[in-house]
Design a protein around this ligand. Structure first.
Ligand code: GLC
Ligand code: MG
Length: 672
């Protein structure tokens, strides 16, 4: 029986008068009274502080129970729906572009960027002074060529101490300040990492040549006589034998570059460990990635047999002296190389877990026509390696200026890149003739347009954004050791100081009259300051295209489709499924002006309006699609609107790294 124990002043005690009656009567009266009480309670409005028993009476009534149950089930359903929607959104969202995909990579050659202390050589403080340049250009990723302590035989690619800064460039504090300043501006710093060799002044080399038991095998040594024949026919990249006799140890050591750059022995696990420790050292400091130098040279065949000659009839000793004379079967791309690089990558991944702190890795390897070798640096499906290997094929653009050739070079990469990987494009660096000099000034703007409208990451070597050209360096001015061996191999011409303005020393050194290499005489007109004021300048066009690329989905992550290539013109489409806005790029790399007929491309509208031409006067021009005009070296970005995408009808002509579709109604991207 329900016993209600309470004396609420508003209700009183409904049982008190039944206390002296018989059990039976009491029961029947009790029941009756209880139902009376219930009726009575129903008259009472619920009030705060109601006891549990009353509450229970109310709560079981349909008018409270039903809404409660509805609310309960509604909450359950909504929660489940929310979870389902969250899972669906996560599953359907394409990956966001990472920083190394969204921005071009800008290469600073630190000797030549900006000299802050007036010694004629650029330095870290100088770089810090000029960070606004990157904000202006909308560039976020900066690769700085080596600034480790070095005797500068190969200008920093000969490292004496991997954990120290060369005084020429500044101090560790200068480096830390630079990194902090870059990070506070949202810029990423990519360091050069040089695993293949050290300087001959490195502590390890000294310990190795004196046969310290731990360091004895840190380098590649073999027996030879001081003036006897070399251990084999291997040659250095800078020419002549890659073996040098060391008097201290009485053996020969291997150097695939200068004799002052002995090759490390990566068959020794201690060497791998040392290099990993150095990677950790810089990642701990906060650097955002590494450009891995000369990776294909890291391992050599232990049997040390002669490499096959390209021309077997050449007298080996007198004429086989350059890398082009040999098939470098035993000194490059050896089995085991990728395992080492994947280990480096794995170490970098440990530091990539925090959001926005992805550490990037790019490898340098020139494999020429053996493109499949380059592609291996992308890693495999199961194991990551570089985010991309540098793509050097566009360096060959000048060899044959035509639309067909440009397409051929682009296709060398696109046609060989593993599915789902991210492309990249290089047209210059500190080792190669500036493209403005090899291709000619006429094509500079078109080449920048190509770089910034192709899919993937563009690399820009300092000065390319203003169309800087090579300088002439006389024999007595040569600084580059490679040039001292062979004048025509000198890399000085592409390393002249960046032309900031028309002042003394082009603003590179504002303190004294020193510059480590001569300036290009055109600096009074070709400089950053002058070009900032000119809407039609190479710089203004670079900036416009880079900004357009970063704000337009079809350009930064959409389809890339070949449309046309002939003796002059190379043309392609950038589009994204679901998005009406698309871009047609038409670039004239030939020797004649051209009229291109794209009337057979039915996905294009009949009239095409030029959003941007490298010839500023042609901005806004409208062409019928049957007659698109371009001058020599002119590039056009045409923006158009369409409901018909090109890629579904031409799958063989189109590439995309990660497919994504756009839903215009709610402005989102999804996997499709
Ligand atoms: C890389 C560098 C080059 C250097 C060589 C040896 O190829 O880009 O400048 O001379 O490695 O370190
Ligand atoms: Mg200096």
């Amino acid at each position: 029986m329900l016993v209600l124990k309470f004396t609420n002043p508003k209700i009183g005690n409904p049982f008190s008068s039944a206390a002296s009656l018989s059990e039976e009567k009491r029961d029947s009266i009790g029941v009756k009274r209880l139902s009376d009480a219930r009726d009575e309670y129903t008259q009472i409005k619920p009030y705060a502080g109601m006891p549990k028993e009353v509450l229970v009476l109310y709560s079981s009534k349909a008018r409270y129970r039903v809404p409660r149950e509805i609310l309960f089930w509604l909450t359950v359903c909504c929660t489940l729906a929310l979870v389902a929607v969250t899972i669906a959104v996560i599953a359907l969202s394409p990956k966001c572009l990472s920083w190394w995909q969204a921005s071009p990579v800008y290469q600073i050659y630190p000797r030549s960027f900006k000299d802050s202390d007036g010694d004629g050589v650029g330095d870290l403080k100088g770089i810090r002074e000029k960070l606004d340049h990157f904000e202006y250009l909308n560039i976020k990723s900066i690769w700085i060529s080596p600034f480790y302590r070095s005797p500068m035989k190969d200008f920093g690619y000969d490292v004496e101490d991997f954990r120290d800064i060369d005084p020429l460039f500044g101090t560790m504090k200068d480096f830390e300040d630079l990194l902090a300043a870059m990070h506070s501006k949202g810029l990423k710093l990519i360091m050069d990492f040089i695993p293949n060799h050290t300087s001959d002044l490195h502590r390890w080399f000294n310990l190795s040549r004196t046969r310290d038991p731990h360091y004895e095998d840190y380098y590649v040594w073999t027996d030879c006589k001081p003036d006897g024949p070399k251990p084999n026919n291997w040659v250095s990249i800078f020419g002549n034998s890659s073996w040098t006799y060391d008097e201290v140890r009485g053996q020969c050591y291997l150097h695939q570059f200068l004799k002052e750059q002995p090759d490390l022995n990566f068959r020794n696990p201690d060497v791998i460990k040392e290099m990993i420790d150095i990677i950790h050292f810089w990642l701990e400091k906060g650097v955002d990635g590494f450009r891995m130098d000369a990776v294909k040279h890291m391992l050599e065949a232990p049997h040390m047999r002669d490499e096959p000659q390209v021309d077997p009839n050449k007298p080996p000793v007198s004429l086989v002296t350059t890398e082009w004379d040999l098939h470098s079967d035993y000194t490059t791309s050896q089995v085991g190389l990728h395992d080492i690089l994947r280990e480096f990558r794995a170490q970098m991944d440990i530091y990539s877990q925090e959001p926005g702190r992805y550490r990037f890795m790019v490898t340098e390897s020139y494999d020429y026509e053996e493109v499949y070798k380059t592609m291996m640096y992308y890693g495999s499906r199961l194991e990551k390696e570089g985010d991309f290997p540098f793509n050097f094929y566009l360096l060959d653009l000048p060899h044959n200026t035509s639309g067909v050739w440009a397409k051929h070079l682009v296709h060398l990469w696109m046609g060989n890149m593993p599915k789902g990987k991210w492309p990249n494009w290089v047209v210059g660096n500190h080792d190669r003739t500036r493209i403005s000099s090899s291709a000619g000034r006429l094509y500079v703007r078109a080449i920048n347009m190509l770089l910034l409208t192709l899919p993937g990451t563009a690399t820009t070597y300092y000065g390319e954004e203003i169309g800087m050209e090579n300088i002439n360096v006389t024999a007595s001015q040569i600084q580059d050791p490679a040039g001292k061996y062979n004048t025509s191999a000198s890399r000085d011409p592409q390393r002249s100081p960046l032309q900031w303005n028309a002042d003394t020393n082009a603003g590179f050194n504002e303190k004294t009259n020193l510059t480590w290499l001569p300036l290009h005489p055109d600096y009074e007109t070709v400089n950053v300051e002058a070009q900032m004021k000119d809407d039609g300048s190479v710089l203004a066009q670079y900036r416009f295209l880079n900004t357009l690329r970063q704000s337009e989905l079809p350009l930064n992550r959409g389809w890339f489709c070949y449309v046309h290539a002939d003796a002059n013109v190379f043309s392609y489409i950038r589009e994204l499924d679901g998005l009406k806005r698309a871009f047609l790029i038409v670039v004239n790399f030939g020797k004649e002006s051209a009229v291109t007929d794209l009337s057979s491309v039915r996905e294009l509208p009949d009239e095409l309006k030029v959003l941007m031409s490298t010839t500023i006067a042609n901005d806004g021009k409208v062409f019928p699609k049957s007659r698109i005009q371009t001058e020599v070296g002119e590039g056009l970005v045409i923006q158009y609107s369409t409901n018909t995408r090109f890629n579904p009808n031409h799958p063989e002509e189109c590439y995309i790294s990660e497919k994504a579709c756009y839903l215009e109604t709610i402005d989102i991207l999804y996997k499709c």
